[in-house]
Design a protein around this ligand. Structure first.
Ligand SMILES: [Zn+2]
Length: 181
């Protein structure tokens, strides 16, 4: 597994958006999502399920015929996740449908993934507090596509933040923190 640790732009660090915090681990800086909400303002954070020591982002997802909770790593650029059910993951990567766990409010929006060769036209929308900034996660399982859309920052800053990815970390078994030691 290859760890790509991109530089976090100074403009971003000097004015961190609400809902994002900076965490130092093993001498490196990471962005961690502290709070994201649905369009109706429902928080998606789960204190009960922690990944890498931080509260995870909880959603209800439909993967083919299976429905259940999924917990995403709040570390920006990590793709570690835990399933609360048993989806069928064999075959072509399915496009998931995500919703708020209790209310079933949809988190899906139309958005074309920018990862080359993906072509998915649906994304999971997570709003940062205040509603000005948001995160778009590609709905295709296994695609690393994700964007942080920052309304008050130059597009270049959004692009750089969106480019931070830790490839290959598909599960907790491949713990990318071990790469940092
Ligand atoms: Zn994608």
């Amino acid at each position: 597994m290859k760890l790509i640790h991109n530089q976090i732009p100074v403009e971003f660090l000097s004015e961190l958006p609400e809902g994002v915090k900076l965490v130092k681990r093993k001498g490196r800086e990471f962005l961690v999502i502290e709070d994201v909400v649905s369009r109706s303002g429902r928080s998606l954070m789960s204190d009960d399920v922690r990944i890498h020591g931080e509260p995870s982002i909880m959603m209800q997802v439909t993967i083919r015929d299976a429905v259940g909770p999924i917990f995403l790593d709040a570390y920006w650029g990590s793709h570690a996740k835990l399933y609360g059910f048993l989806p069928t993951l064999s075959g072509a990567d399915p496009v998931i449908d995500a919703a708020v766990p209790e209310s079933r409010e949809s988190l899906m929006v139309d958005s074309v993934c920018e990862v080359e060769g993906c072509g998915c036209t649906r994304a999971v929308e997570l709003l940062l507090p205040g509603g000005e900034n948001k995160i778009l996660v590609c709905a295709r399982m296994g695609c690393p596509g994700h964007r942080m859309v920052l309304s008050r920052m130059p597009k270049m800053v959004s692009d750089t933040i969106s480019g931070i990815n830790f490839f290959g970390a598909g599960s907790l078994d491949e713990d990318w923190f071990s790469e940092l030691s």
